[in-house]
Design a protein around this ligand. Structure first.
Ligand code: WT7
Length: 655
């Protein structure tokens, strides 16, 4: 509650400086309002104009929005294009020498690649993929560390019309298996190892583990990028070195021209069931969204040095590392390592060394860097910065003020960008040369996007009341379906009571200026360090342990991570008799979850009970568990509780 209170009392306002407004791509509120008006006057025409201006089409489209089969919307459907062409080939005549990527390795070594060479390498690798029989429509899993090669893989898939599905390098072999099977992928692109914080961590052996599991014989090719050159097993039939398929290939590769709606990628994300959802994105609509938000929200200029710190395993790394910056012809930094190695000044040193102008990171990173060295930014020259951004979770006003004053030195607007894996690009975010900003709010929707805060019946709530956040109209960059599960797509995002609106899954309220304040998820999804985790996924992981009978997982507010995972577990046998036994079991169960899902999903705390608090009909009362996890007194009505005595047991914390 205290966080919500401080957010509600927030009344500081920071209008953009005259100097920023003057140079901005969207300059002043009147310019923003004019765009909003244009979108309202002729909605499909507005998007069609933008799609014509921003995308290079092989064959132009004649139709803008097709909503005849709602909510399976189609945009620009008879247009033909290639996304990789739009990210690379288009720059070959205009700026072949411009640096596309400045890659900084974990150990500090920097590699530059310009647009001409990046295009050549993408073509060579695309030819390599084709030489292995990979073709348009095939699904390819990418399981790589942050690297130039990760971007090359994604671009090469896009070039040949293969559908990539990037799996974050922190996911386990079980998570990998689940995604391979669901996507029916034919190939995996991975690396021998990854380097993070001075440590070598295996990737290929995790792939090997996954491929030994059920259903993974669909994978015919494993392409291995040699990052470290350590010990590794190699299956000559199935595995091939990246360099062996890239090196001798031609440096040109005619793009596979695809329809606007051709799936560009699938990205798995957590929902409110135990099974991750394969969010399917389109080619043209998605590309358009990333380009427009680069211009409008990041106020992109050709002279910028752009740095989004997100891993390509998440949507942020898709839209603002692999696609958006390249489509704009930007110079961007890609970083292999972690913010705290060799010390908590790494980000600030990199901003200084690479003369970063636009820096985009997560509130959780900001909070941990405040804690580990709030005075460190002052030791570096951060004068190149002109714009800061945040994403992934609400930012508390204290962290916002530090980011604004200490990192941005009071000079740089902060764009707090609200969006989701499903929306493909920013939806609610300040246009920094237009909106006055306030700590803790993502402000107003980008021009063309219409949002509302509604009650359970889909009716708009008035004034500053809280409710569910919805997007009222279809938009080009939105999710097309859940891979292999169109019914879940409809019921999850377009439930009947929402009257055709897209249901985001967040609760929000508006202030007197109409600014949106995101309060958090209102489904069973947690945001731990900005990463999306389904409570049901963690529960099924726990229950799959032979010792566990039942489990319930809830989130608890955490100063740095935003939320932390707390699990309540009922064992098949007796509760642990002493604290040593309990501790050992807790460690085993945490590691079990690490193995089942990945280290990010490990519960911070596990408590044991003989049962869980349930209603007479057997429903677990999660709000009670949330209160217990926070150490709050239970003030709620417990009269419907079948077994009130259990609450006392679950309050016991094992120290
Ligand atoms: C959820 C989506 C979108 C890229 C990274 C996360 C939360 C995201 C904000 C923000 C408050 C935010 C929401 C949303 N979220 N950005 N600026 N302020 N909350 O993508 O993993 O799909 O998660 O992240 O709860 O629904 P994702």
């Amino acid at each position: 509650m205290s966080d919500i209170q401080s957010v509600l009392n927030e009344n500081r306002v920071f209008p953009p400086s005259d100097a920023f407004v003057k140079q901005a791509n969207v300059s002043g509120m009147a310019a923003y309002q004019a765009m909003v008006d244009a979108s309202q006057k002729d909605y499909p025409g507005y998007w069609a104009n933008l799609a014509r201006e921003n995308i290079q089409w092989k064959k132009p489209f004649t139709k803008s929005l097709n909503d005849s089969n709602a909510p399976f919307y189609k945009w620009f459907e008879d247009g033909v294009l290639n996304v990789s062409y739009n990210c690379l080939d288009k720059h070959l005549t205009t700026q072949p020498e411009k640096i596309a990527i400045k890659f900084e390795a974990d150990d500090g070594k920097v590699t530059h690649i310009n647009y001409r060479d990046l295009h050549a390498r993408v073509c060579q690798f695309a030819n390599g993929l084709k030489s292995r029989g990979i073709k348009k429509g095939d699904r390819v899993i990418i399981y790589l560390p942050m690297s130039i090669e990760a971007v090359i893989s994604m671009q090469a898939c896009a070039r040949i019309g293969a559908i990539h599905s990037v799996v974050f390098g922190g996911f386990s072999s079980k998570s990998l298996q689940e995604r391979i099977v669901d996507a029916q992928a034919v190939a995996i692109i991975t690396a021998d190892f990854q380097m993070r914080g001075g440590k070598l961590m295996p990737l290929k052996s995790i792939v090997d583990e996954a491929l030994a599991l059920e259903g993974c014989d669909v994978i015919k090719n494993v392409i291995v990028y040699k990052r470290a050159g350590g010990e590794m097993t190699f299956n000559a039939q199935r595995d091939v070195w990246w360099h062996d398929i890239e090196t001798n290939q031609a440096k040109v590769c005619e793009p596979e021209w695809v329809d606007a709606e051709h799936p560009l990628f699938i990205l798995y994300t957590s929902g409110s069931t135990g099974k991750p959802k394969g969010v399917q994105h389109s080619s043209a609509g998605y590309l358009l969204g990333t380009m427009l938000t680069m211009k409008w929200v990041f106020d992109y200029k050709a002279s910028d040095v752009f740095w989004c710190t997100a891993d390509v395993g998440w949507i942020t790394g898709h839209s603002y590392v692999a696609y958006g910056p390249l489509a704009m012809g930007a110079t961007q930094v890609i970083f292999e390592g972690i913010p705290t190695y060799p010390d908590a000044g790494r980000f600030w040193k990199m901003i200084q060394d690479h003369k970063i102008t636009t820096f985009y990171t997560a509130p959780t990173a900001i909070r941990s860097l405040i804690k580990l060295g709030g005075d460190l930014p002052a030791k570096y020259d951060l004068s190149s910065l002109r714009l800061l951004g945040t994403v992934g979770e609400p930012i508390n006003p204290e962290a916002w003020m530090w980011y604004y004053n200490v990192v941005g030195q009071g000079r740089c607007p902060i764009v707090d960008t609200w969006w989701q894996t499903e929306t493909g690009c920013h939806m609610i975010a300040p246009l920094p040369g237009a909106m006055p900003i306030k700590p803790g709010t993502c402000t107003l929707p980008i021009p063309g996007i219409q949002v509302a805060v509604v009650d359970e019946t889909g009716l708009e709530v008035d004034g500053t009341h809280g409710g569910s956040l919805v997007i009222k109209k279809p938009f080009p960059s939105q999710i097309r379906t859940i891979w292999g599960d169109p019914d879940r797509f409809v019921s999850n995002y377009f439930p009947e009571e929402m009257r055709g609106f897209y249901l985001a899954g967040d609760s929000a309220h508006r202030d007197e200026d109409g600014y949106i304040w995101i309060m958090g998820r209102n489904d069973d999804v947690l945001k731990v360090s900005g990463h999306r985790l389904g409570t049901m996924e963690i529960e099924s992981a726990l229950v799959s342990n032979p010792l566990v009978a039942e489990a319930a997982v809830v989130g608890r507010p955490h100063d740095i991570k935003g939320e932390s995972v707390v699990a309540f577990v009922v064992l098949k046998g007796a509760r642990p008799a002493d604290s040593a036994t309990a501790k050992k079991l807790i460690e085993d169960l945490r590691n079990w979850v690490g193995k089942e899902i990945g280290p990010i999903a490990k519960p911070d705390e596990i408590r044991f009970g003989e049962n869980l608090p349930k209603t007479r009909s057997g429903k677990i009362m999660r709000r009670l568990l949330r209160a217990i996890a926070k150490g709050e007194a239970i003030t709620q009505d417990v009269s419907t509780l079948e077994n009130p005595a259990i609450l006392e047991q679950l309050k016991e914390v094992i120290k």
